[in-house]
Design a binder for this molecule. Structure first.
Ligand code: NDP
Length: 259
């Protein structure tokens, strides 16, 4: 991971699963970020205990409340991170928080479709908007014009499930709202890459693999990847991203995924 040298990174949904794994491995890097902002919707809750324990051992880990479907929570989080960073910007924003509902075509509902879209698609849009000034600041403060995750980047954690060209796992789970929300997240990523290119912010969608988390195991099967394997792969991929990768959809091994 020699190529990934971020001063600051922020992860949404960082209290468990892949988000917690990303935070853990960022802190363990040989050249760790100066600040890792781990956001979650209930920092004092039962499900944030591991994260709290990690923060007690790592002064560079800052836990910030952030509910990605709540604009005021997003604004408050961005303000807190901005105050904490003082004159520096934010290098790496990882939109990881997500939910899945195991509905089929027959059982999908207005409520579930809306909730999943609000979390998986609108959440990353609003979070990116709120943190844009800090990402721009990081890009301006970083030498050179080449795009990279070390300079300024938005990484949206997407899924194979949202691939229209290669929709995997249909027989295992239809999860219609989830697939649609991730397909839309992919388009959002493309839009961000086009819109934020002029600010030197790299934007990419990343599929973490099928991973042993609450979500990954929710259909009753054991996924092949541990959180550590997936996160190690993804951080390696992040360390290699450059100009040519902005606006792409890659997996945890760096392979291109069909949109
Ligand atoms: P988990 O269900 O294990 O964790 C989801 C995380 O998202 C939790 O921290 C949860 O917080 C948080 N979250 C959910 N809703 C919100 C919200 N409204 N605001 C803030 N945080 C929220 O999932 P994974 O770790 O497996 O998934 C992480 C990402 O990876 C997701 O985007 C998922 O779609 C994607 N992914 C996962 C795959 C897998 O096999 N696991 C495969 C492909 C993609 P809380 O504890 O408060 O609920």
């Amino acid at each position: 991971m020699a190529g990934l040298r971020v001063c600051s990174a922020l992860v949404t949904g960082a209290n468990r699963g892949i988000g917690l794994g990303i935070v853990r491995q960022l802190l363990q890097m040989s050249n760790p970020p100066k600040w890792v902002y781990a956001t979650c919707r209930n920092p004092k809750g039962e499900r944030a205990q591991e994260l709290q324990h990690l923060a007690s051992k790592h002064p560079s880990l800052v836990i910030i409340p952030l509910e990605v479907t709540d604009s005021s929570s997003i604004q408050a989080a961005a303000a807190r991170v901005g105050e904490h960073l003082k004159d520096s910007g934010l290098n790496l924003l990882l939109n990881n928080a997500g939910i899945a509902k195991l509905n089929s075509l027959d059982t999908e509902t207005l409520e579930d479709m809306s909730q999943v879209y609000a979390t998986n698609t609108i959440g990353p849009l609003l979070v990116s908007q709120a943190f844009l000034p800090l990402l721009k600041k990081a890009a301006l403060g970083s030498p050179g014009s080449e795009l990279s995750c070390s300079k300024a980047a938005i990484i949206n954690i997407s899924s194979y499930g949202g691939s229209i060209g290669s929709p995997s796992g249909w027989d295992l789970m239809q999860a219609v709202s989830y697939r649609c929300s991730k397909a839309a997240l992919n388009m959002l990523t493309k839009c961000q890459s086009l819109g934020y290119r002029e600010h030197s912010i790299l934007c990419a969608a990343l599929h973490p693999g099928w991973v042993q988390t609450d979500m990954g195991s929710s259909a009753g099967h054991t996924p092949p990847l541990t959180v550590d394997m997936s996160v190690q792969g993804m951080l390696n991929v992040l360390s290699t991203l450059s100009e040519k990768d902005t606006g792409t959809f890659l997996d945890w091994e760096g392979k291109v995924v069909l949109w």
